[in-house]
Write a protein that binds this ligand. Structure first.
Ligand code: PLP
Length: 459
């Protein structure tokens, strides 16, 4: 059965797999055919199909054939590329890919290795890792500065006064980064358009400075998870700069759209950022996991996290910025050869097809939005941005909740809810590697039919 014909959501209950798999590994090697049969019998019933054309939840995570081939080649090499000597090709391809991508997105030259300055990029596993690394780097840099500035304070007194900022619309990964880094993350309530503004940030900073706190970092978002809103970085940036606060921009989903010049105005102010991340595994045809991250000053991360051991030494370390030891830039020591799948995807699709992918999906979102608008029982909750449509049934939130519960129970379509302006709404995201108009019609028909049933029951 092909993916299109499988329900997007599974019908199993928690613990289902325990009944299908023996308690212990087999003593004797098993037959390959039997193992493959079990993929269908054991695994498939428990799959939520992220690659289904009927998956419209969270944000996209499409895979693609070139990316799958890249993963296979990487797995075949089995490289653990933590320093240049561990596989020069693994390190150097990553440096070059990050510059390719940076130029493709139109990032300021200062982020690029090829600028000859301190800028540079790295591939992290996920946006969460990139954000955590940004928080930790900013924290360590700040603590060093404050220890020099306030010799009368102990290091733990300084660490106890640190504070970080983001908006209450930022992804859960940001609050978690604050917990992991032991830096309280102040989630500033966003404005009526779900944006963090300069004024809101400034008030929070003023209050904290009055209370003797030391602001460390602000994490702004381009494309929030709930409604795809964009923080006003052109306002936030100068404030961070003035207060010596590290500015990180999380553009996990929306960042890929920078490859289309027409979307760049959404991300005005990017030049103020100290670091920036976007997920190739969300909207750039590279399968999970693959998050691109850039620093304006990559020496900051190296200074913060360099830990040496004799077994990690090699003769060329530090020899060239084009051959970094990426182990200093990441949480793990061991690193996968992810740049190979990036290289293969970028070459087999080319810039043109990648831009067409973003534009095509945005066009489909517009088509779905228009279908929602054509039915007067529904309303579009907030301005559609890129591939996310936020809609609801007019009236009580319970109506929208029942509609979504009904749709989810049928397992033909997977969407999730969020809130905007205290209203419950449904998020419909264009996902998959090759969605088309038929998929939009299928989705809208499912939504409309379930709304018909809901209203007929109520009457
Ligand atoms: N930031 C934003 C805006 C997101 O939408 C997401 C996930 O959807 C994340 C961060 C977390 O991404 P990851 O799973 O790569 O850590």
């Amino acid at each position: 059965m092909t993916l299109v014909h499988r329900p997007v959501l599974p019908s199993v209950s928690p613990g289902y797999l325990h009944k299908l798999i023996p308690e212990e590994l087999p003593e004797k090697a098993e037959d390959w055919k039997c193992i493959m049969k079990d993929i269908e019998r054991v695994i498939m019933p428990g799959m939520t199909h992220w690659q289904s054309p009927n998956f419209h939840a969270f944000y996209p995570a499409p895979t693609s054939y070139p990316s799958i081939i890249g993963e296979m080649i990487s797995a075949a090499f089995g490289t653990v590329g933590f320093s240049w000597i561990c596989s020069p090709a693994c390190t150097e391809l990553e440096v070059i890919m990050m510059d390719w991508l940076g130029r493709f997105l139109g990032l300021p030259e200062t982020f690029l290795r090829s600028s000859g300055g301190t800028g540079g990029g790295v591939i992290q596993g996920a946006a969460s890792e990139a954000i955590l690394i940004a928080v930790l780097t900013a924290r360590e840099q700040k603590v060093q500065k404050l220890m020099r500035k306030y010799p009368e304070l102990t290091e733990s007194e300084i660490r106890g006064k640190l504070v970080a900022y983001s908006s209450d619309q930022s992804n859960s990964a940001i609050e978690k980064a604050g917990i992991l880094a032991a830096v309280p993350m102040r989630l500033i309530p966003a404005d009526k358009d779900n944006q963090l503004t300069g004024q809101l940030l400034q008030s929070a900073i003023d209050e904290d400075l009055l209370n003797g706190k030391f602001p460390v970092i602000c994490i702004a978002t381009f494309g929030t998870t709930g409604t795809c809103s964009f923080d006003k970085v052109h306002e936030i940036g100068p404030i961070c700069n003035e207060n010596d606060i590290w500015l990180h921009i999380d553009a996990a989903y929306a960042g890929a759209a920078l490859c289309c010049p027409e979307y760049r105005p959404l991300m005005t102010g990017i030049e103020w950022a100290n670091s920036f991340n976007f997920n190739l595994h969300k909207w750039m045809m590279v399968n999970f996991d693959c998050c691109a991250m850039w620093f304006k000053n990559s020496h900051a991360v190296i200074d913060a996290f360099t830990v040496n051991r004799i077994y990690l030494d090699h003769k060329h370390q530090g020899a060239s910025d084009r051959a970094p030891d990426y182990r200093h830039w990441t949480i793990n020591l061991g690193r996968r050869f992810r740049s190979i799948k990036v290289w293969i995807v970028l070459r087999t699709l080319g810039a043109e097809k990648l831009r067409a992918h973003i534009r095509g999906q945005t066009g489909l979102a517009e088509m779905f939005e228009n279908m929602v608008r054509s039915d007067e029982r529904f309303e579009i909750v907030c301005k559609r941005t890129l591939g996310l449509v936020c809609f609801r049934l007019k009236g009580e939130c319970s109506l929208t909740k029942t509609l979504l519960d009904q749709i989810t129970a049928r397992k033909q379509l997977f969407m999730i809810h969020a809130t905007f302006d205290d209203k419950l709404m449904i998020r419909f995201v264009i996902c998959g590697h090759n969605p088309n108009e038929k998929d939009m019609l299928f989705a809208w028909n499912e939504v409309k039919t379930q709304a018909d049933i809901l209203f007929s029951v109520k009457e």
